[in-house]
Design a protein around this ligand. Sequence first.
Ligand SMILES: [Zn+2]
Length: 293
Amino acid sequence: MRGFIRIVLWWVCVFSLLAVPCYGGGVVTVSWSPQELRQGEALYVEIKTEMEVSSAEADLDGTPIFLYKRDGGGLAGIAGVDMAASPGLRPLRVLVKDLEGKPFEKVFQVKVHKGKFGVQRLTLPKEMVELKGEILRRVLEENRKVKEIFVTLRHEKLWHNSFIKPVDGPITGTFGLRRILNDRPRSPHSGVDIAAPSGSQVGSCNDGVVVFAQELYLCGKTIIIDHGFGLYSMYMHLAEMRVKEGEEVRVGDVIGLVGATGRVTGPHLHWGVRLMGARIDPFSLLRLFPQGD
Ligand SMILES: [Zn+2]
């Protein structure tokens, strides 16, 4: 019997004008940037289809990527690679269904390169480094409270492609810096420190809702903003907080003033970002959307 089904699968690699890798073959095309993704960076994923889509989903190494409709057509989403995620290949899975529910699934491999993190050795008085008793209990409780925020997911995208640096000033503490205090390795620096005079205005890096505005023992006056789709930004060591929990903010709105509250040696802003729980370099978001298109 000659009855057999002939399936032809063709996958073409097309490089767009933006020189991002594109894969697919007529039906579904997936592209992402940056091509050279490092530990602690954000990834932008774009999905284009030739047919009407009834549903679409994507994940990076099992962590869901919230997808949204792009103005220019197609779908997009952002994913984050935690600063401590081991380098190597990560599966990027995309599943698209047409109007009849027919699935088109493809898994791509995204290479994660080693981050370029520095090392900082510090010697400080023992009592400044070691936490004990009531203070240790307070810090652990505060850490637990903050961690709870990052697992709460808002299924709505409040951010848009115009991330801004919250305050002007030089970077005095780089992202991912491995800190060795009194010869003992401590947790790496999960944000960036921007030096600015006390009282400088701090702006929200994007639109969102203030979900935390409290004083913490180590981090001082701290504001956390939920930008939706699993993206949070935080601002620490503020002299003053100018917003309250539950308040909506727009990109650039003044949320507080630079200070030196908490355990710090001088005034600066610690700016951190979490994306689906991953600790990522805030500047990697600015690099994803350089023109804020
Ligand atoms: Zn810091």
